[in-house]
Design a protein around this ligand. Structure first.
Ligand code: TPP
Ligand code: MG
Length: 1020
């Protein structure tokens, strides 16, 4: 049977051009195989076959314009309809359905009846109640006996049916009360006590004595490292107080939970809080991974063998994995890391081994918008592979995080409201007997009413102060601790310093399904530092401990060092055969190896065959298109390559349609961990919004920070998952680096590999949108990142060469660079690749055209990106109307030219006796005649970068100043980068160089109506 494959619904488009035919008659094709590619001026999409079969006839040719319903090909059907096999006979199916319906109806009936009688009873009771209404004064218990009855009932339910049942009943009661018009109680916050009750705590299997000794040694060495460095040179800085507060939180993880990467397991990923790095080094020292010399050289990295201040993979590439010392980045980056891990699993690229992502954050850090900005995504996507540990030492750098409130309660409310599993670890085991004894609830009440400013003071001022000011408020509480000494009171510990409580919390977090977990651990900043900074406002900055303080610290943690050794600030490492070292190593061995450790066993990706890019090197003929469209076409082609296709990760923050990428929705699907639960409104159309569990596109919504975090996760997958991926993140170029520069910097540090695409770039090229949208500086920002390679191409062949090289360098040769490429939305024709320009395209410039009119005067015209075409047009005018010859250079990257110039200049200066080498830009231009006029659609600084490496007169033009909305022509005139201004300024520059009389420039100004009195655009 012959089947027609026609043009499907393609939305509002009519008469769309066929640019590729992907099948020929005789081909055997499958359902969904692409048949043709259609391209409108906005997007390019492949049309998939609706059936499987052999192509009988192709009814269209390249260049044809088609609309919905037009015949594309005919197929001879070879589809096996196994529907009959799968389907049950209709009668059987109906019988089953009927039976099921009856069953369901019965169930509902029984339930209904139960509910009916119950609600009737309740309603009647309530009516009664309402009549005998008692006036309730707010907050006071007007009937304690009744309250106790309710509490007893609850207690009975918990005992008989468990907490889940109690929770269910409470929820039912609340819902019922809501229906009756009562105010909803605030349920987001629980009392200021531990979430896990003592009786439910899972006990640590560890040897607590040894673990305490190990922890003490780590504490000592971490503090000694900072003190030693600052003794040597007070400039070096460092932090003691932060790790001192977090030591137990890390130790329990290291001894019992965090599994390393090895040949059997992918490894948990741990985001260590940046400024607790000394503690991480101190443990690695005991493990024998770092030497004493390295510890001595903490924060002295310039000579080989030092340790970096914070986690910087760039500086310690075999050790650190995640650069998160810039506050706030750790939270969002790890959320997207957890999401990307699930993405790889759902796409079938990674085995689900139950790996976890653990993120350590400061309580002060939670004020950063990036810290909380993505927590909704984590619960929405059910990231149960994610565990946050927020070290709530109640302090940040200057003072308390919430002196007048309680940060733990505030964070509990926020995270619980966002759908996270919240585990509060507030009080240590010494509090358990007191809480058990306190039948009146007064202790919890006191705990609830104290604010963090007070809690901070309690720990700074000692046991007697706590007795008076905490317990002393209520006589009954004072009595509760009457048999305890001040020292006993002082010993009442906080949850985050109690390994039992921490263990129980971690254990529960590991078991939690269906949602992410946050552990809010209450600790003391500068724990153990005594007068020199335990829980004081200066703790964060404390980096020099005097002799007395060091001796106190030694005694506090029982470090076996003599006074003399303490005064010398010596490190302490027990013998390899000691119990401590054996225990520590054995724990890590059981957990698969060392942490943190950065490795990569990713295989490089086989590069696509040349023909994938071949089409892009040809002239577009009469066809006009934008470089954005050219890029989308290239990506479409890459998706046909079996090696590249599965590894591509297109990332878009809600601009797929702007960039003409909606064809990807249908082709590779949008990643959605729950698939698509609804019939999309545009399901009839070819490019419908198709969500899929195996979807490939990361459609992030409007979050550049989130999209960037995804890009970093994908671009470091080669080390975190041993799987090389190719992330390509397209953004509005103005909302790229400008919005997420700190992430881009961290991406460089993390050695992220992938493409960033600044779409709709150029200040005069994105017409209409105006001041906040028109980008004239993203390349300047890109140039600040040392391992970012950036390009501003004009023609599709340039883009193809750059993209191909990027793939080769990053994903085949596995170089640690990333690419920033700008593309435009201006449609124009693209010429065929000129001969021998590939090297120049990659180095940053090549000779595009020579205007040889045998004129006497000559000029070098340099242009880039969107403005190159204006420069070419100016060359033509100069040649035709003024008899001035020119060489026109396409500068694909002023940034790359600068890098080369800088390196060569430095080399020459370091070798003054030798013949100087020439930079690439100098080599290109030295033998060429005439001054240089260079123009781009970016601020002049971009172009000026090559000025130092040239010995000829040099004039730069660009788009300095705020953008504004208008058409491209007017904008280019306004910023003086249109062909008329380039001609005029060229004539003027030639006059200045005494090469032609000034009258030509004056005449041109009149001719082109250039107003000399118009102020420079930077002030407009
Ligand atoms: C974006 C950013 N701003 C400022 C800093 C400087 N800084 C380092 S630590 C710190 C205080 C951190 O307090 P908190 O998050 O509570 O961590 P703690 O040290 O108390 O564990 C500040 C302001 C930074 N690292 N990053
Ligand atoms: Mg803090």
């Amino acid at each position: 049977m012959s089947i027609n494959v026609t043009v499907p619904d393609i939305g509002d488009f009519e008469k769309v051009e066929i640019i590729e035919i992907l099948v020929k008659s005789g081909d055997n094709i499958k359902k969904d195989d692409p048949v043709v590619t259609l391209e409108s001026d906005k997007s390019s999409v492949e049309v998939p076959s609706t059936h499987e079969g052999r192509v009988e006839k192709v009814n269209v040719k390249i260049g044809d314009k088609v609309s919905k319903g037009d015949l594309l090909i005919t197929l001879i059907n070879s589809e096996k309809t196994n529907d009959t096999e799968k389907k049950l006979p209709v009668d059987t199916e109906n019988i089953i359905k009927e039976a099921e319906k009856v069953k369901e109806a019965e169930k509902v009936l029984v339930l209904d009846k139960k509910i009916e009688t119950k609600t009737k009873d309740i309603k009647e009771d309530k009516k009664k109640d309402k009549n005998e209404k008692i006036l309730i004064s707010k907050g006071k218990d007007i009937d304690p006996i009744e309250t106790q009855e309710w509490l007893d009932s609850l207690d009975a339910v918990v005992k008989k049916d468990g907490t889940d049942r109690a929770h269910y009943l409470l929820k039912k009661l609340i819902d019922e009360a809501y229906k009756e018009g009562s105010n909803q109680p605030l349920t987001r916050i629980t009392p200021y006590i531990n979430t896990i009750p003592v009786e439910s705590e899972i006990k640590s299997p560890g040897d607590q004595n040894i673990e305490r000794r190990i922890r003490s040694l780590i504490r000592w060495n971490a503090a000694a490292m900072v003190v030693k460095a600052n003794k040597k040179n007070p400039e070096l800085g460092g932090h003691i107080g932060t790790f001192a507060s977090a030591a137990t939180l890390y130790d329990v993880g290291m001894n019992h939970f965090w599994r390393a990467k090895n040949n059997k397991f992918g490894g948990d990923l741990i985001y260590f809080q940046g400024h607790s790095a000394p503690g991480v080094y101190a443990r690695a020292y005991l493990e024998g991974r770092l030497t004493e010399k390295q510890l001595t050289n903490f924060r002295q990295e310039v000579d080989i063998g030092g340790l970096s201040s914070y986690p910087h993979p760039w500086l310690m590439p075999k050790f650190w994995q995640f650069p998160i010392v810039s506050m706030g980045l750790g939270s969002i980056m790890s959320i997207y890391q957890a999401r990307f891990t699930k993405y790889l699993i759902n796409r079938g690229l990674l085995k689900d081994e139950g790996r976890k992502i653990w993120t350590f954050l400061g309580d002060g850090e939670m004020d950063e918008p990036e810290s909380l900005g993505a927590i909704g995504l984590a619960s929405r996507e059910k990231l149960d592979n994610l565990i946050f540990v927020i070290n709530c030492n109640l302090q940040r750098l200057d003072g308390p995080v919430r002196g007048n409130g309680k940060i733990i309660q505030e964070l509990e409310g926020i995270f619980r409201g966002a759908g996270w599993n919240v585990i509060k670890v507030i009080w240590g085991s010494y509090w358990d007997p007191l809480l058990a004894k306190d039948k009146s609830g007064l202790l919890i009440r006191r705990m609830n009413e104290c604010v963090d400013g007070e809690y901070q003071a309690f720990k700074a001022k000692g046991g007697a102060y706590v007795r008076e000011n905490f317990f002393g408020k209520y006589p009954a509480l004072k009595d509760l601790v009457s048999t305890m000494t001040d020292r006993d009171i002082w010993k009442l510990n906080r949850g985050g310093h109690d390994p039992h409580k921490v263990y129980a919390a971690y254990d529960e977090a590991m078991k939690t399904k269906g949602k992410p977990t946050v552990i809010l651990a209450k600790t003391i900043k500068g724990y153990g530092m005594g007068k020199s900074g335990e829980s004081t406002n200066i703790t964060h900055q404390q980096k020099k401990l005097g002799e007395e303080a060091l001796l106190y610290y030694r005694d506090r943690f029982d470090i076996p060092l003599t006074d003399k050794q303490v005064k010398n600030v010596e490190f302490y490492k027990p013998d390899e055969k000691s119990e401590e070292i054996k225990y520590l190593k054995e724990r890590r061995m059981r957990l698969g190896g060392n942490l943190p450790e950065r490795t990569s066993y990713a295989k490089s990706i086989k590069q696509p065959s040349k023909d994938i890019f071949e089409n892009m090197l040809k002239s577009s003929g009469g066809r006009e298109m934008s470089t954005t469209m050219a890029l989308v076409r290239m990506l479409t082609n890459l998706l046909r390559d079996k090696n590249i296709a599965p590894r591509l990760v297109p990332i878009i923050p809600d601009e797929a349609r702007t960039f003409g990428m909606e064809g990807f929705f249908q082709k590779i699907g949008i990643y959605a961990h729950e698939g698509q639960k609804y019939e999309p409104v545009d399901s009839e159309q070819l490019s419908f919004y198709r969500e899929d569990k195996k979807g490939q596109v990361l459609e992030e919504g409007i979050t550049e920070a989130g999209a960037m975090s995804s890009w970093i996760a994908a671009g470091t997958s080669y080390t975190n998952h041993d799987l090389e991926m190719i992330p390509i993140y397209l953004f509005y170029s103005m909302f790229g680096f400008q919005r997420v520069m700190d992430f881009a910097w961290a991406a460089g540090d993390a050695q992220t590999r992938g493409f960033l695409i600044g779409a709709t770039s150029g200040k005069t090229t994105l017409a209409g949108e105006g001041l906040q949208h028109q980008d004239g500086h993203s390349h300047i920002l890109a140039s600040a990142i040392p391992n970012c390679v950036s390009y501003d191409p004009t023609f599709s062949y340039e883009l193809a060469i750059i993209l191909r090289e990027g793939l080769r360098r990053m994903h085949d040769k596995q170089e640690n660079v990333f690419y920033y490429i700008t593309v435009m939305n201006e449609n124009y024709q693209h010429s065929q690749i000129p001969k021998d320009c590939e090297k120049g395209i990659l180095k940053g410039m090549y000779l595009f055209k020579e205007f040889k009119n045998k004129g006497k005067t000559k000029i070098q015209l340099l242009g880039s990106g969107a403005i190159l075409r204006e420069v070419i047009a100016a060359g033509e005018i100069l040649s035709k109307e003024y008899n001035i010859d020119s060489d026109v250079w396409s500068v694909t990257s002023f940034n790359e030219l600068r890098k080369d110039g800088m390196a060569i200049e430095r080399k020459n200066l370091l070798n003054p006796g030798e013949k100087p080498e020439k930079s690439y830009v100098e080599k290109c231009l030295e033998k060429r005649e005439g001054p240089i006029i260079a123009t781009s659609d970016y601020m002049r600084t971009y172009v000026d970068q090559i000025r130092p490496y040239l010995s000829k007169p040099f004039y730069s033009f660009g788009t300095d100043g705020y953008g504004r909305s208008d058409g491209r022509k007017k904008l280019r005139k306004f910023f003086e980068v249109d062909r008329e201004h380039i001609v005029t300024y060229t004539l003027s520059a030639l006059a200045k160089e005494q090469l032609i009389p000034s009258k030509y420039a004056e005449r041109a100004m009149k001719k082109y109506k250039i107003n000399k009195d118009k102020p420079i655009p930077t002030v407009l």
